[in-house]
Design a protein around this ligand. Structure first.
Ligand code: NAD
Ligand code: DAU
Length: 349
């Protein structure tokens, strides 16, 4: 039985990933850890909370003592680090926590993984011997900054982060690769484009627009709305991470893109029309400072080297996603009212 540690497991992608991995690898033990910030919602994993192959710890990745205790108790085969402050607008208002969680928290995890890896027979004396633990860092295509017309980011593109969020993610990538080069710890990194799907916290464009549409509230569109994002279904992202974990090359970086560039305003209109609402709800508001105009991710490497491809078309994926929010209005209402926080305060203190 392999043991997989997933950080940020109560967030959007982390919770989808834990469900995906329990289903795909029923013989794996999954340890989920999460600080349960505003973005962490244990209800996202309610369907699997009694699964005997899943354990949850409320832990902050910056808390060295607690992280070391978890590594002392379990022999971890894989670490997948999703835990992060993830919202660009919040990073502009309050950058501090982005730097501490995203960079220093990652370093705490790397230290704990390194210590366990060193204890593994073989690794103590031979840095080329790679067994014991593999560390996978979840990064983002935002580390490449804004793409010019016609340009697509490859894994070799220079890092030009624009926001405190993307700068902190670029910093974490560099620290992770430095741990591989300096100490020999097996590390891989993936850089995905914008995800959409169930359980996404409604501060992000797609769930925010769906929910505001449902409640007939104004739909905030930044600037001219012509900024382009490359949308990827969250399950296609989870499958890619699983492939990298098992077949990825130690020390390598993999881009994971949707090959699906859309202007924000087109997404907003598509949601309005699917829900039968009026375009009068659109409310153009002040632009995000330093707003990246376009992201475009080249996924040739993961496609050709690991055989990954997308299962979800955007048209069908977005319709299913809208239906998911409509069918899970209890989940939506508990977030909108703030009740979801009381749920975990009573469960986890
Ligand atoms: P999210 O905000 O929904 O979830 C983040 C989770 O991390 C939450 O559960 C939160 O409680 C937890 N967390 C935050 N600080 C923590 C800390 N100090 N210790 C432990 N847990 C902590 O984010 P998401 O959209 O699921 O993103 C997950 C990861 O994927 C992030 O690393 C993000 O940078 C990356 N990413 C996201 C996207 C996207 O489109 N959402 C795309 C590419 C990469
Ligand atoms: O590219 C990957 C990144 O995608 C991840 O690393 C981030 O964690 C994730 O948050 C996401 O970043 P974005 O800034 O692209 O996502 P967001 O949903 O915040 O915004 C998408 C686009 O929509 C962006 O151009 C800003 C715009 N927008 C967003 C909001 C919340 C609006 O026009 N109105 C809004 O209200």
């Amino acid at each position: 039985m392999k043991t997989l540690l997933v950080t940020g497991g109560c967030g959007f992608i982390g919770s989808n990933f834990i469900r995906y991995m329990l289903d795909k690898h029923p013989d794996y033990m999954i340890i989920g850890i999460d600080a349960l910030t505003y973005a962490g919602n244990p209800e996202n994993l309610k369907s699997i909370e009694d699964n005997p192959n899943y354990r949850f710890f409320r832990a902050d990745i910056r808390n060295r003592n607690m992280i070391e205790q978890i590594f002392a108790f379990y022999t971890i085969d894989y670490v997948v680090n999703f835990a992060a402050e993830s919202h660009v607008d919040r990073s502009i208002k309050e950058p501090d926590v982005f730097l501490t969680t995203n960079i220093l928290g990652t370093q705490v995890l790397l230290d704990a993984a390194k210590r366990q890896w060193r204890l593994h027979p073989g690794n103590k004396y031979d840095r080329s011997y790679r067994d014991g633990v593999r560390f996978h860092q979840i990064s983002t295509d935002e580390v490449y900054g804004s793409a010019d017309d016609g340009e697509k980011f490859t894994e070799e593109s220079p890092l030009r982060p624009s926001s405190p969020y993307s700068a902190s993610k670029a910093g974490a990538d560099m620290v992770a690769m430095a741990y591989r080069r300096t100490y020999g710890l097996p590390v891989t990194i993936s850089r995905s484009s914008n995800n959409y799907g169930p359980y996404q916290f409604p501060e992000k464009l797609i769930p925010l627009i769906i929910i505001n549409c449902i409640y007939d509230r104004p739909l905030p569109v930044y600037g001219d709305g012509l900024q382009i994002r490359d949308w990827l279904h969250v399950n296609d992202h989870c499958r890619a991470v699983d492939m990298i974990l098992h077949s990825g090359k130690d020390g390598d970086i993999y881009n994971i893109g949707g090959d699906n560039e859309k202007a924000n305003i087109d997404i907003v209109k598509q949601i309005i029309h699917t829900l039968g609402k009026s375009e009068e709800l659109i409310n153009y508001v002040e632009d995000r400072p330093g707003h990246d105009r376009r992201y475009a991710t080249d996924s040739t490497k993961i496609e050709t080297q690991l055989g990954w491809s997308r299962n979800h078309s955007f048209e069908q994926g977005l319709e299913e996603c809208i239906s998911w929010y409509l069918n899970n209005m209890g989940w939506v209402k508990r977030i909108v009212s703030g009740e979801y926080r009381r749920y975990f305060e009573t469960m986890y203190g």
